[in-house]
Design a protein around this ligand. Structure first.
Ligand code: FAD
Length: 431
C-alpha cells in the first residue's frame, strides 16, 4: 500500500518505521526543516539539547524497547533527579518522601495525609472510577483544603492555567502513577532516564531507518489540504499545489491543524475532534555562567510568577556535556491567546528577569550567554471529566484517513513513550 504520513514527530516516525518494515511504500511530510517534533533538539555548548526539556521514566516500556531496537540503549543513563518547590519565597526540597515530611508550610497531619494520598494513587488501578470527578474536587476531599491551596492547586494551575478546576482526576491519576513509577519501590529517590546527546537522536535514528527501508521523508514540506474523492482520501496537497496520491493517510498532527486540512470532514466526527482544547508551551533556554539553583526541576508555587517551572538541565546532566556551560529552561504553559505567547525572546527575558532574581537574588543579565525561545501552540490537551466519551476514533469517516495524536492517549499523559505506542498502534491498524 502507498501510505502517506503527516508529521515527523515520534508518532509519525514510529508509524513510518513500522510500516516500512512491513513492506509498505511510505511517504512522510514534515513542515519543519528537521524531524522530532516536540522532541526535536538543537545545537548548544558543542552538544545537542531538546528544545523542550525531556527525560523518561522507568515505566516507559515502549520507548525503552525502541531504544534497544535502534541500538541506542547503551547511550541511556538513569540519573538521580533533584526536585524542588518554590513557595513563600523559598526553595523547598521535594526529592524524597522524607522531604515531604519536612515541608513546614503544611502541618504534620496534612503532610502525612499528602503522603498517604500519593501512596494510595500509586497502588490504585481502577482509574475509571475517577472519570466523573475533577482532580480539584477529589483532592480537596481526600488531601485536604490546605494541601490543595499550597501544593496541588498551584501545580494544576501551572500545567492547565484557568482550566485547572475542570481537569479530570483520571488524568492526575495517570500522571502520578507514571511519576512515582520512577522511584525504587515507589519510595526511594527518583531516577530519570536521559539519552546521551539528547532525545533528538531517537527521531533522527528512526528517520534513518525509514529512509534505508525505502521510505521517503520530505522536510520543510507542510501538507496544505487533503484530496477527498467519493468519501475516500485520494492524496495530500502540498503548498506548491502538487498532489501526492496515496491509498491511506495518517495524520499525526494536532486536532485543529488536522481539521483545517479536511473541511469536508463529516460534522459529527469533526465536532468530536474539535472539542478538545489545548494549552501552548513556551520555553526559554538560557546558557549561564553559574549554577542558578541546587535543583533540577523547580515547580513554582506562586501565582504572581509569569512562568510555572525552571528546569536546570545541568543539575541533571553534567555541565561538562555542554562545554562547561550551565543550562536553564524557563517553562510556561498558557493559552496561545496570552500576550506572553506573542512576545519576542528579548521581551520575555526582560519580563522574567525580576522573578528569576526572586529565586536567586545574585542572578543578573551578566550571567546569561545565549538565549533561545521555543513555542508550541498545541502542546497540552485539556482533559476534563468524562473525557473518554469525547475521544475521536483513529479511523475517520473518510475511508483511508486516520488520526493519531496526543488527544487519544487518555488516561495517560502525553510523552514520547505514548507517541511511540501510538505510532505502533496506528501502523498496525492501517496495515
Ligand atoms: C514543554 C514540553 C516538555 C515535554 N517533556 C517531555 C518529557 O520530559 N518526557 C516525555 O516523554 N515527553 C515530553 N514531552 C512530550 C513529547 O515530546 C510529545 O508528547 C511527543 O514528542 C509528541 O509526538 P507527536 O509525534 O505525537 O507530536 P509532535 O511532536 O507534535 O509531531 C507532530 C509533527 O507534525 C508536524 N506538522 C504539523 N502540521 C503539519 C502539516 N500541515 N504538514 C506537515 N507536518 C506538520 C509538526 O511540525 C510536528 O513535527 C514534552 C513536550 C513539551 C511541549
Amino acid at each position: 500500500m502507498r501510505i502517506g504520513i503527516i508529521g515527523a514527530g515520534l508518532t509519525g516516525l514510529t508509524a513510518a518505521f513500522e510500516l516500512t518494515r512491513r513492506g509498505h511504500k511510505v511517504t512522510l511530510w514534515e513542515k519543519e526543516n528537521a524531524v522530532g517534533g516536540e522532541a526535536a533538539a538543537f545545537d548548544i555548548g558543542g552538544n545537542r539539547l531538546e528544545k523542550f526539556y525531556h527525560h523518561i521514566f522507568m515505566s516507559d516500556k515502549a520507548l525503552l524497547g525502541l531504544l534497544t531496537e535502534l541500538d541506542l540503549a547503551s547511550s541511556l543513563q538513569w540519573l538521580p533527579s533533584h526536585v524542588g518547590y518554590y513557595y513563600s519565597g523559598k526553595i523547598h526540597n521535594f526529592t524524597t518522601p522524607v522531604d515531604l515530611l519536612r515541608f513546614k508550610p503544611l502541618g504534620i497531619t496534612d503532610r502525612l495525609r499528602l503522603g498517604l494520598v500519593s501512596l494510595y494513587l500509586q497502588r490504585y488501578t481502577q482509574w475509571q472510577n475517577f472519570e466523573g470527578i475533577t482532580a480539584q474536587e477529589w483532592l480537596l476531599k481526600n488531601a485536604g483544603k490546605r494541601s490543595y491551596e499550597v501544593i496541588w492547586g498551584p501545580l494544576l494551575r501551572g500545567k492547565f492555567g484557568d482550566t485547572a478546576p475542570q481537569i479530570s482526576m483520571a488524568w492526575l491519576w495517570g500522571r502520578i502513577r507514571m511519576r512515582l513509577g520512577s522511584r525504587r519501590q515507589g519510595i526511594g529517590q527518583e531516577r530519570l532516564g536521559y539519552l546521551k546527546g539528547s532525545f533528538g537522536r531517537l527521531g533522527e535514528s528512526l528517520a534513518q531507518r525509514v529512509q534505508s527501508g525505502g521510505g521517503a521523508i520530505y522536510l520543510g514540506t507542510p501538507v496544505k489540504r487533503l484530496a477527498i474523492q467519493d468519501g475516500r482520501v485520494a492524496g495530500a496537497i502540498l503548498t506548491n499545489g502538487d498532489i501526492s496520491s496515496q491509498d491511506a493517510i495518517i495524520a499525526t498532527i494536532s486536532s485543529p491543524s488536522f481539521l483545517s486540512l479536511v473541511p469536508e470532514m463529516p460534522s459529527e466526527y469533526a465536532g468530536k475532534v474539535g472539542q478538545t482544547r489545548y494549552l501552548a508551551a513556551l520555553c526559554m533556554v538560557l546558557t549561564l555562567k553559574g549554577q542558578f539553583s541546587p535543583v533540577y526541576w523547580l515547580n513554582i508555587g506562586d501565582s504572581t510568577f509569569p512562568f510555572v517551572a525552571t528546569i536546570e538541565q545541568t543539575n541533571f546532566v553534567s555541565p561538562s556535556e555542554y562545554g562547561g556551560k550551565r543550562i536553564l529552561y524557563v517553562s510556561n504553559y498558557l493559552p496561545a491567546s496570552s500576550p506572553l505567547f506573542r512576545m519576542t525572546a528579548d521581551e520575555l527575558l526582560k519580563h522574567y528577569l525580576p522573578f528569576l532574581q526572586k529565586i536567586n537574588p545574585r542572578f543578573d543579565t551578566g550571567w546569561i550567554g545565549e538565549y533561545h525561545l521555543f513555542k508550541e501552540e498545541y502542546a497540552q490537551p485539556v482533559v476534563p471529566i468524562n473525557y473518554s466519551g469525547q475521544i475521536p476514533a483513529h479511523s475517520t469517516p473518510i475511508k483511508g484517513l486516520y488520526l493519531s495524536n496526543t488527544t487519544q492517549i487518555y488516561p495517560e499523559d502525553r510523552g514520547m513513550n505514548q507517541a511511540i505506542q501510538l505510532g505502533f498502534k496506528i501502523a498496525g491498524l492501517v496495515a
